[in-house]
Design a protein around this ligand. Structure first.
Ligand SMILES: Cc1cc2nc3c(=O)[nH]c(=O)nc-3n(C[C@H](O)[C@H](O)[C@H](O)COP(=O)(O)OP(=O)(O)OC[C@H]3O[C@@H](n4cnc5c(N)ncnc54)[C@H](O)[C@@H]3O)c2cc1C
Length: 407
């Protein structure tokens, strides 16, 4: 292992991998990417990988529209023949019941069209043509995004890692960043980050990028940073459960994704392999002290609730059988949006965490814009709204639907 790089990136999930690729694509800088396990062994591996533009925060829509182009033309975007995002262009339906959410949905659709999204309100008859399995009797407003879909989180991340390696990025697996290396900042009592400590030794870096998602608090704590610094991250980690159900007949891969704002847990569902429906929630989930200590059993009451909700929305799933379940961590910030920018009071460290359950779809554009910022260029999309200081400035990026990954 070399002892010095321009950039050392901790975390080989989709965010760290995309940043690494874009740094190498845009510059001659030397870059090292470290993951404590295999790359893509964290939250990204468990992602449902839905890509939609429906957001009420304008910068999120801008990032996702740019990213959607990349998912659709992944090989061309990465300049590699043997990579795949696995993108399926199923389209995306969003349903709201009568009341405030229906109004907000209509407003959002109009706002998004203004930002260039291909999205429109449709009526239940049109929605049933697109998705004949749906019972829409209780639905007051429906939005439709024909260009959206879902992808494969693992092949996407490995695509970025492959392309990064070919551009000279040194990728270290089973190489945890044990600590950020801190040194006095110019003879003052303040510190700056000068590199990372791994089991293989110390690596100096002009800039360290922390992209360890749900493990960000732990990295700070293990680096000896104060409790106040850890708390200032404003990061909570929760467990999210994904279930798959099989019905009487196979659920086709071409059926649109559905986001259902009529239910409290803001359920979403989409086709999955072998003709089952994958069902997740857009709510807070179960608080986790430690992302490495996640109970891997799906709670029975959640299974019953999701089975009932899915059967209410699609009567063909009455009595559906549970075919699989898995869990993954959400790294949630107070406004359910990521933190991107230089760490306040810690020169030499750039933060990229807190994607709050919706970071997969943002990763291509986030990686490019972060890399541009790190290289001193103006990013294609302004990242200032995501600055770490926004929580204490009370400049939160709040979405129209309250707390949740559809911010
Ligand atoms: C169940 C579930 C469903 C989701 N569904 C969607 C969806 O449909 N659409 C969407 O857009 N988003 C979705 N998300 C969110 C999305 O997957 C995440 O926001 C995104 O994958 C986060 O990527 P990341 O790189 O920040 O984090 P991670 O993928 O968690 O990567 C962090 C990496 O850091 C590594 N690491 C940890 N500590 C260290 C250390 N000390 N040193 C080195 N490496 C370390 C880990 O091994 C890991 O590989 C979902 C998430 C979950 C959990």
């Amino acid at each position: 292992m070399r002892r010095g790089y321009d950039f050392a990136i901790a975390g080989g999930g989709v965010i760290g991998a995309s940043i690494a690729f874009h740094l190498a694509e845009l510059s001659d800088a030397s870059v090292a990417l470290f993951d404590r396990g295999k790359v893509c062994s964290g939250g990204t591996r468990r992602s449902c990988a839905i890509i939609r533009s429906h957001y009420s925060v304008a910068s999120n829509t801008a990032l996702t529209l740019r990213s959607l182009d990349v998912f659709r033309g992944f090989r061309e975007a990465l300049g590699e023949d043997d990579v795949a995002s696995g993108f399926v262009n199923s389209g995306y339906l969003i349903l709201a019941g009568p009341g405030a959410f229906a109004d907000r949905l209509a407003d959002n659709l109009a706002r998004q069209r203004g930002l260039g999204a291909d999205t429109s309100p449709i009526d239940p008859a049109e929605a049933r043509e697109l998705h004949p399995w749906l019972d829409l009797g209780d639905v007051a407003a429906i939005g439709w995004e024909p260009a959206s879909g879902y992808a494969d989180p693992v092949t996407t991340t490995l695509g970025y890692v492959t392309a990064a390696r070919r551009r000279g990025v040194a990728v270290f697996e089973h190489a945890p960043v044990e600590r950020l290396r801190l040194a006095p900042d110019g003879g003052t009592s303040a510190s700056r980050v000068t590199g990372v400590t791994t089991p293989g030794g110390t690596v100096e870096a002009r800039c360290v990028v922390s992209a360890v998602g749900p493990w960000t608090r732990g990295l700070y704590a293990h680096s000896g940073l104060s409790d106040a610094a850890v708390e200032a991250l404003r990061l909570q980690v929760t467990r999210h459960v994904v279930l798959t159900f099989g019905g009487a007949s196979p659920y086709g891969p071409e059926l649109p994704i559905v986001k259902d704002l009529t239910v409290d847990n803001k359920m979403y569902f989409r086709p999955a392999a072998r003709g089952v429906v994958l069902v997740g929630t857009g709510d807070f989930g179960d608080p986790l002290e430690d992302p490495d200590r996640m109970n891997a059993v799906a709670p029975r009451d959640l299974v019953s609730l999701q089975r009932a909700q899915i059967a209410a929305r699609m009567p063909a799933f009455e009595g559906a059988r549970l075919t699989d379940s898995w869990m993954g961590p959400y790294d949630i910030t107070p406004d359910w949006n990521p933190v991107l920018g230089p760490a306040p009071g810690l020169p030499g460290l750039y933060l990229a965490y807190g994607f709050s359950g919706h970071g997969f779809k943002l990763a291509p554009a986030v990686g490019r814009c972060v890399a541009q910022s790190l290289l001193g260029e103006a990013p294609d999309i302004d990242l200032a709204p995501y600055r770490p200081q926004r929580f204490r400035e009370e400049a939160l990026l709040l979405g129209a639907y309250g707390g949740g990954s559809i911010s």
